[in-house]
Ligand binder design. Structure first.
Ligand code: ZN
Ligand code: ZN
Ligand code: ZN
Length: 352
């Protein structure tokens, strides 16, 4: 199986601390010093000038010892007790950061995001390695993980995601073979059972709304359904939708309901995050082809428009919840639509 997108796994996570020789303590190092080998952090046996202790105390640390060379010291954080090696210059001229506290914060944020922090990226200071709940390793920006911790985003594993996309394709007789050759992030390259390769939008692969350009097998020639669906919005509004689809369940789950998953920027307030649109297929009538279904659907909408001109809801009433632009009706029309579909079912039966 092709797994993509991928990140380079050659880069190894770096931990922020070392164990200096002949000790069993964890000595944290500032990011820039992490390339320096552990052997370099030997005690530097020289007296600590008395006034340095004052600097350290003012900044929340205590000087433990001099280390490596005349320019370095080990500071003990008065908050967490962690040891961080710093330049004397940093202590004198700036606020040294406790690398242990920083590491704790990242661990906690990762935990809140459902991840396990594995270490820093060796060169990109904005990125770290994390273990996803599925067990795979993922590389992410710290800012992104913070948003995940606040439930503003969702960490998604590329490996699992690629497997899921492959399954979706296989379910329709296609094989996922790679990313879009034209670099559209919404498209992928697939190979049909007939051998033909073609770029298809992933959403169309999920819903089956496309044809093989070579052998012609696809949604317009395949059987389809006219359906009625009921939706209940989190604000209590109930509506009914009439439409056609080769696969009404898939249309309901993948296409119609706006995602309120974390990470979506489409939700308008925090309330919408906690509530899902409730939807169900009430009835579906099989049609011989997508083309026939399309024609029948148009006829039914025209009939409703003539008989119940006020039944269609304005788009502002449902655009927050549904990914459609029109043809959503008030709940009162539900029995009318169901009666239409019952009649249609009878007709389809008579013909068949
Ligand atoms: Zn600390
Ligand atoms: Zn995974
Ligand atoms: Zn084909």
């Amino acid at each position: 199986m092709t797994s993509f997108p991928t990140h380079s796994c050659a880069v190894q996570p770096t931990l922020p601390f070392i164990t200096p020789p002949h000790t069993n303590e964890s000595l944290f190092l500032p990011r820039r010093s992490r390339q320096v080998p552990p052997e370099a952090w030997q005690i530097f046996p020289t007296k600590i000038p008395a006034h340095w202790h004052g600097f350290a105390k003012d900044k929340g640390f205590e000087i433990v010892r001099r280390v490596r060379d005349k320019n370095h010291i080990v500071l003990e954080c008065q908050t967490c007790g962690g040891l961080t090696a710093h330049k004397v210059y940093t202590l004198r001229s700036a606020q040294p950061e406790c690398a242990a506290c920083h590491y704790d914060r990242i661990n906690e944020t990762a935990k809140a995001a459902g991840l396990i922090f594995l270490g820093y990226h060796p060169t990109n200071r904005h990125q770290g390695f994390f273990r996803a709940p599925c067990g795979h390793e993922i590389l992410r920006q710290f800012g992104f993980v913070e948003r995940c911790a606040k439930e503003d985003a969702t960490p998604r594993c590329e490996t699992c995601h690629a497997a899921k996309e492959q399954e979706e394709a296989e379910a329709r007789g296609w094989e996922l073979i790679g990313p879009d050759p034209q670099n559209d992030p919404n498209y992928r390259l697939y190979r049909h059972d007939c051998g033909h390769e073609q770029r298809v939008a992933r959403v169309n692969m999920q819903t089956g709304r496309f044809c093989c350009e070579d052998c012609g097998e696809g949604w317009s020639s395949a059987p389809s359904y006219i359906y009625a669906m009921r939706f209940l919005f989190p604000d209590g509004t109930q509506v009914v939708k009439l439409g056609f689809s080769r696969d009404p369940q898939s249309r309901l789950h993948y296409q119609l309901k706006r995602s309120t998953e974390a990470g979506s920027t489409e939700t308008k307030n925090s309330e919408t995050n906690s509530s899902e649109v409730d939807g169900q297929v009430l009835c579906q009538v099989p049609m011989q082809s997508g083309h026939l279904a399309l024609c029948v659907e148009k006829r039914l909408h025209a009939e409703i428009k003539r008989t119940y001109p006020d039944a269609a809801l304005p788009v502002e009433r449902f655009e927050t919840w549904l990914r459609v632009k029109s043809e959503i009706y008030v709940a009162e029309l539900e029995p009318v639509i169901l009666a239409m579909l019952t009649r249609l079912h009878g007709d389809a039966h008579d013909l068949g």
